[in-house]
Design a protein around this ligand. Structure first.
Ligand SMILES: [Zn+2]
Length: 248
């Protein structure tokens, strides 16, 4: 088995009930051929987690705000992979849930009280739809999670220095986030640098997470092309997996 290179966040690594990983592009993991996903891409991660590949759940990400709940008796992984959604939640041990990104913001949530987790894919569209906030609220509604106790881990994402947007994105961002000035800076020709991680931090704070419980890798996918795929930097490219599991 090839060595799997992945990154982790100490605040989650220290939780004995959990496994999580942010994969990198090293060893070609997550590479795509002509933009096409290769089946069985994440089998090596399932192996590292000690689970059957069918217990590693991803969905068909569509930049919306739909959240999939994975229960005791999950539909087949193949069926879930067709589900159009951008966040997954579960409280079932031994089921890994993951999102695939290459610039968009991946966020893992853990609620130690209720024993529940989430994996969230937040590109700019889903960020503006407050998907991470909706996922945390869904965990509260479904599992009785207390957002004040939750831990959030934000994986590799495009940094503001590399993420320039126009009014199409900035207009809605201003209306949605009262603190938008803290997450952006003007550039020339009516364009802006935008900090998507910051916009997601706002939502986590709005939901009740303590700032000490919000952690980020702080690595830019575009700057760190040695570690990550970047859609902005490369166009058609591979994906990283951000994945979390309650240990069985
Ligand atoms: Zn960068």
């Amino acid at each position: 088995m090839a060595k799997i290179h992945y990154l982790s966040i100490p605040a989650l690594e220290n939780v004995s009930a959990l496994r999580h990983a942010f994969t990198t592009r090293q060893s070609g993991l997550g590479a795509r051929i002509n933009g096409i996903k290769r089946p069985g891409d994440w089998n090596s991660i399932a192996e590292v987690f000690g689970i059957d590949p069918d217990r590693l759940i991803t969905v068909n990400q569509v930049h919306g705000d739909t959240i999939v709940e994975v229960g005791e008796d999950p539909p087949a992984a193949a069926q879930l992979r067709q589900a159009q959604a951008d966040a997954i939640i579960t409280n079932i041990p031994g089921i890994a849930i993951g999102v695939e990104t290459a610039d968009c913001v991946p966020i893992l949530l853990y609620d130690p009280g209720a024993g529940a987790i989430a994996a969230v894919h937040a590109g700019w569209k889903s960020t503006l739809k407050r998907i991470v906030q909706k996922a945390a609220i869904r965990m509260r509604d479904v599992y009785g999670s207390d957002p004040h106790e939750m831990i959030a881990a934000i994986g590799p994402a495009i940094g503001p220095e590399c993420y320039e947007v126009d009014e199409t994105v900035m207009g809605p961002a201003r209306s949605e986030f009262p603190l938008w000035k803290k997450a952006s800076s003007p550039r020339e020709h009516g364009r802006w640098s935008l900090d998507l991680v910051c916009l997601n931090r706002f939502q986590l704070a709005d939901t009740g997470l303590a700032s000490k419980n919000i952690h980020a890798l702080g690595l830019c996918t575009s700057c760190r092309s040695d570690l990550f795929y970047s859609f902005r930097a490369e166009g058609r490219t591979g994906r990283m997996l951000s994945v979390i599991m309650l240990k069985p």
